[in-house]
Design a protein around this ligand. Structure first.
Ligand SMILES: *Cc1c(COP(=O)(O)O)cnc(C)c1O
Length: 432
């Protein structure tokens, strides 16, 4: 922990953050050159692993059959939502607005179907090769058979989560046969815990924040030599699972004739909790699409952990609680007070900036998207919309050519939210 008074004198904007004012942090190191610990070859490696597992998904999760066992989400143009937003914005959205609809990803209905599931697959493959005679050229549908189920039941998988990571990992790990434990913070929605328990997952509940839940989970897993702990605060496997999205998006951009070049810049708005999923996606996009794609993160004013870490350069060495910020938000997927050990470091030269937002704007956007496009998101997932207006102002100031730009709001979750929970989000948003 560092001395907050010293930080305040060096970064006066922290005072505004303590007062829960929305802020924009422009990354001073954006598009400068730095050696990264991972490269595009690691993204291709991750994509190849997903491909090897596709026949497994077809048999174990038949809902993935139409997609041939590949977990991917659509890129949807939002014409009506764009009109709704422009009617209220100070800075108009020129160009096109899209939703990357990870709310429709199979299995967890969230972006966690990328990173979380990927790390489970990587571990399962390793165990199956070392102890079950699997070879890379096998049809991985065999992993759904009793022999492998029995092998995997000798191992544990554990994870700490605010909800969706636990959901994605729990569902796939328990289906493979692993002894699965999910350590849930107090923010986790009840239905996520119920669903996991119904699938035989051991759910440990904490009446405390995410940092506490993950720390306890890690400690317990360390005492069990056959248990593999998936560490949301610093896992490269999670990170690379998210990064695969970039290869898939590149294909979708081409299919939908969306240009990305000097005159057609692409801006991508990603919600950040621990920072792992948005950083993984942003890293992948920079590797695949280069200098004309510009990632921006959105964080709640009450829990701006990634911006605090990146701005001060302290990254995971500072939490919002150290700065006297309360960490209370309706964005349960973003309720993480201390950022990832790796996200801020890798994002140092790849992230355009971070804008913080108020919960009420996010709830309002949930309603607007429902009414204008009939798409339902969980609150965190709508936060990309909240920052558009102010970021557009920044981009104009910076002289980006916006006339033919594309804007992608990354919708990170929501299709599995039970109807009555969704109704209550909408009622909340309508009351504002
Ligand atoms: C996990 C999650 C995020 C943020 O991902 P991090 O890796 O924690 O930064 C955003 N939205 C939803 C719905 C999530 O579940």
């Amino acid at each position: 922990m560092s001395n907050i008074d010293e930080l305040l004198s060096e970064f006066p904007v922290i005072k505004e953050m303590q007062d829960y004012q929305p802020i924009f942090w422009k990354n001073p190191d954006y598009q400068t050159v730095e050696n990264l610990p991972v490269g595009i070859e690691h993204v291709f490696d991750a994509e190849a692993r997903f491909q090897r597992f596709a026949p497994y998904f077809e048999v174990a999760f038949p809902e993935t059959l139409p997609m041939h066992g590949i977990l991917e989400s659509p890129l949807i143009e939002l014409k009506s939502m764009k009109e709704v937003l422009n009617a209220q914005f100070e800075h108009q959205i020129e160009g096109d607005l899209y939703l990357k609809a990870d709310n429709y990803l199979p299995i967890s209905g969230s972006i966690k179907s990328r990173g979380g599931i990927y790390e489970v697959l990587k571990f399962a493959e390793k165990v199956a090769i070392e102890h079950g005679g699997l070879v890379y050229g096998d049809n991985y549908a065999v992993l759904n058979e009793e022999k492998y189920h029995k092998l995997f039941s000798g191992y544990g998988i554990a994870v700490g989560s605010t909800g969706n990571l636990g959901l994605s990992i729990g569902i796939v790990a328990s289906k493979l046969g692993f002894n699965t434990t999910v350590h849930m913070s107090a923010d986790a929605a009840q239905w996520k815990k119920d669903m996991l328990r119904s699938k035989g997952v051991n759910v440990v509940e904490y009446n405390d924040n995410f940092t506490h839940a993950i720390t306890e989970g890690r400690k317990q897993a360390e005492q069990e030599p056959t248990t593999y702990f998936i560490d949301d605060e610093g896992s490269y496997d999670l990170f690379l699972g998210y990064a695969v999205a970039a290869l898939r998006l590149q294909t979708q951009l081409k299919a939908q004739k969306i240009k990305v070049d000097e005159k057609h810049p692409l801006f991508v708005y990603l919600p950040a909790g621990v920072g792992g999923s948005p950083s993984g996606v942003a890293f992948g996009l920079k590797m695949v699409l280069g200098k004309n794609v510009h990632p921006v993160f959105a964080e709640p004013t009450h829990i701006p952990s990634v911006v605090l870490g990146m701005m001060t350069g302290l990254n995971d060495k500072i939490s919002v609680y150290d700065a006297g910020i309360d960490g209370i938000t309706k964005a349960d997927g973003l309720a993480v007070g201390r950022p990832s050990r790796i996200a801020g470091k890798i994002m140092k030269t790849l992230l355009y900036g971070i804008q913080t937002f108020e919960d009420q704007d996010m709830m309002k956007n949930v309603v607007q998207l429902h009414d204008s496009e009939r798409i339902d998101l969980e609150p965190s997932a709508a936060s990309g919309f909240t920052i558009l207006d102010s970021v557009l102002g920044q981009l104009k100031e910076d002289g980006y050519p916006l006339t033919n730009a594309s804007h992608i709001v990354w919708a990170t979750g929501g299709s599995m939210v039970p109807e009555e929970d969704m109704e209550s989000y909408l009622a909340d948003g309508r009351n504002i």
